[in-house]
Design a protein. Structure first.
Length: 166
């Protein structure tokens, strides 16, 4: 799929937990390369744990984080295109991540979804109307973004959503 851009300050706050504490700014200002590498490893582990907590099973999942440019690189074999896209969203919808380099492959290739960045005032019905011509298909968008979304009304500006084909 390639490289995807995300909004730095939108998303899950994973980098305040354990060793991943303030990884992006700390890695950029780390006094030495070894300390920066430790912070990056802690951040990568936090993201991998987040992906696993979403029950997204990827064979050979490998997550790397580079705090100097706030980029996540993710590799592995996803069982389907939807899982691949959800993993990319898990990586990118994290605070202090501005880009995701998707190096994953898919066991059963399918057409790619479209992507949409939520803006202030959006809701899933409004997004559904824009992409499908009717607000009544919002459950399709909600289902396509589970388990990252746990309620159709809980989306936020800057969040990136996958929009599957109608």
């Amino acid at each position: 799929m390639g490289m995807f851009s995300f909004i730095k300050d939108a998303g899950e706050k994973l980098f305040g937990i354990g060793k991943a504490e303030a990884a992006a700014p700390a890695a950029a200002a780390a006094p030495n390369a070894e300390h920066a590498a430790q912070l990056n490893q802690g951040a990568a582990k936090a993201i991998a744990t987040y992906i696993e907590s979403m029950k997204l099973n990827v064979e050979g999942l490998d997550v790397a984080y580079d705090g100097s440019n706030e980029t996540v690189t993710v590799a592995g074999v996803a069982p389907d295109q939807a899982t691949r896209e959800k993993v990319v969203l898990c990586c990118g919808n994290v605070a202090n991540v501005t880009a995701v380099n998707d190096m994953m492959t898919v066991s059963a290739p399918e057409p790619e979804s479209k992507w949409y960045t939520v803006v202030k005032g959006d809701n899933l019905s409004k997004i559904s109307k824009e992409f499908y011509g009717t607000p009544n298909k919002y459950p399709q968008i909600f289902e396509a973004n589970k388990p990252m979304l746990n309620h159709p009304d809980k989306i936020y500006p800057g969040q990136v959503l996958r929009i599957p084909a109608a």
